[in-house]
Design a protein around this ligand. Sequence first.
Ligand SMILES: Nc1nc2c(ncn2[C@@H]2O[C@H](COP(=O)(O)OP(=O)(O)OP(=O)(O)O)[C@@H](O)[C@H]2O)c(=O)[nH]1
Ligand SMILES: [Mg+2]
Length: 641
Amino acid sequence: MNMAGHSKVLGTAGHIDHGKSALVLALTGTDPDRLAEEKKRGITIELGFAKLVLPDGSTMGVVDVPGHERFVRQMIAGSTGIDVALLCIAADDGIMPQTREHEAVLELLGVPSMVVALTKCDKVDEEWTDFVKSEVASWLETTPYAGAPIVETSAVTGQGIDELKEAIARTAAKTAVTHESAIARMPIDRSFSIKGAGTVVTGTLWSGTVSLGDELEVLPGKKRVRVRSIQEHDEDRDEAKAGNRVALNLPAVTPDEVRPGGFLATPGAIEPTDRFDAWFTYLRPGNDRRPLESGVRVRVAHGTREVFGRVLLMNGRETLGQRQSDFVQIRLEEELALSWTDRFVVRSESPVEVIGGGAVLACHPRRRTTVTTDGMRYLEALRAHDRDAVVRGVIVLSDGPLTLDEVAKRTGVEREECMRILDEEVEQRHLRMLDTPREAYFVKPQAVQSAVGSLENALLRYHVENPESIGLTPQELAERTGLRVGEDVFSALLTVACKQGKASFSDGLASHPKAGAAARHAADELARNVSEELAREGAAPLLANDLAKKLGCDVDALYAAFVALDRAGAIVRVGPQMAFDAQVFDGMKDSCVALIEKQGQATMAELKDAMGTTRRYAVPVIEYLDDHGVTRREGDVRVLA
Ligand SMILES: Nc1nc2c(ncn2[C@@H]2O[C@H](COP(=O)(O)OP(=O)(O)OP(=O)(O)O)[C@@H](O)[C@H]2O)c(=O)[nH]1
Ligand SMILES: [Mg+2]
């Protein structure tokens, strides 16, 4: 991928005193050892930085790491995210313990390519140089860096420096840029305060872009900060791009709040985690050849931070042998700001030695070490960077339906791409979409079927327990179904069930089309009886309680019949208890209207007589007519409204 402005980074590696810093000075003119203590002791303690100008004029950032075995943690921090490793091996000393340990770190961090500098060649004769060179070449054969160029150099005489630049340029050109994500992420390696300016942090921008005025989040604490100024290699910039060494001025925080080991990121993009699933390789460059035991306490280094944790092997596996790889779950004692595809290195608790590392897969997995077939497929998809399968996997493994935003957040795949993948998966029937008024949800087809199954069972049970009821509200049904989904999703599921003939829904009530039939039939019959009875009783019908007694039914059932008949327009309810046959009521209304038209007005007594009923019925009927804009009260009489 060609990304303008995304420069590549060269990182040194190698045993203490093998001439790394001297070589950086010879290559760049910058002495990476800035500290007085470094100068006094003649060793590198902190990461050093410089800018390398290649023969074609392009530049690379350079990170110089310490070789002392006590500073491997700094070496790991400095090497994360570099594109080309410059492994320095002193010709007079050959391959030493940290040569091997640093190589292992580079390999575990996934550093894609390497150039080897055979340093201090001025100190040995040609025959010896040839011997060491062939030793190095055959050792490299056992690593992913087999065939890497080996250049003879001397920082003292300048031998091989131009040739080394050529080799670095060739190797860098062949190396794909790895900083792809749009999210800004930067592990903090230093923080200090400058009089007048406030707090400054430095680090290598892993991905994304940081611009002046941007708001960033300090992880794991989630404190928000704003970028007041940006420097790259001591020059002021408006924005910094991935791969570059940057210094950010962050006002309104103290250096203590943005300590090395912290992580700057686009707000909300990363949720720190105390466990993750990973593809782990056991790689022990030291002499200890014992296998790794599941559950052992280790140090986990990610970015500029290292925390304690345990590596748990999965599916009952107890040990992992040298150079073996497998899926693991790592449980941390403190949180890390991890993302899918990040690399990490694991070191033993004591003695402190690199023993492995790998790639982060799932950042918020369940606590489990036994993985289902679906879970395994998901891990494989993460490992293979198969985004389609990852999106599908997140949904398949989820308990409930997920929205587009939830899928994007859980996978780390950008929203647009998620949408494209989801569309395709729905098209191919790998997933189902539940459309709701507010949002679309995505769910695996089996989950829809099992939800419809529970919904149907809940309905059947309801009808057995309530043989006389014609149904229940969706809210009641949702409660009985025990599905933990929102109202929207439940009603979408009910719609699916209706389409499949496993539920019916009308007049706000859900029922089962078959099991509810008897109750519906009984209800229909009762409604018919009520309607006939009211028609027969004319202008002085029985009130609800008495009518229920007469028909020998439950009052609730009678009210339900009132509601159904009212909705169908067969009766008119003038009060909760009182209902008339619709035709009878129309006749009563017409007589009232006719009388008032004739007299211009009428008293309650006159209207009662005109309707041929008693006062008990006449009063509520006239009040109903008032309410419905037919008549109007004026003192003691009614007029037309
Ligand atoms: N003769 C000779 N001496 C060298 C050469 N390169 C480095 N040295 C010397 O070797 C010593 C160590 O060099 P550094 O560059 O500090 O080594 P380093 O690998 O950076 O050491 P650490 O960062 O502490 O791991 C110094 O005294 C250098 O002067 C070289 O090409 N020839
Ligand atoms: Mg050094």
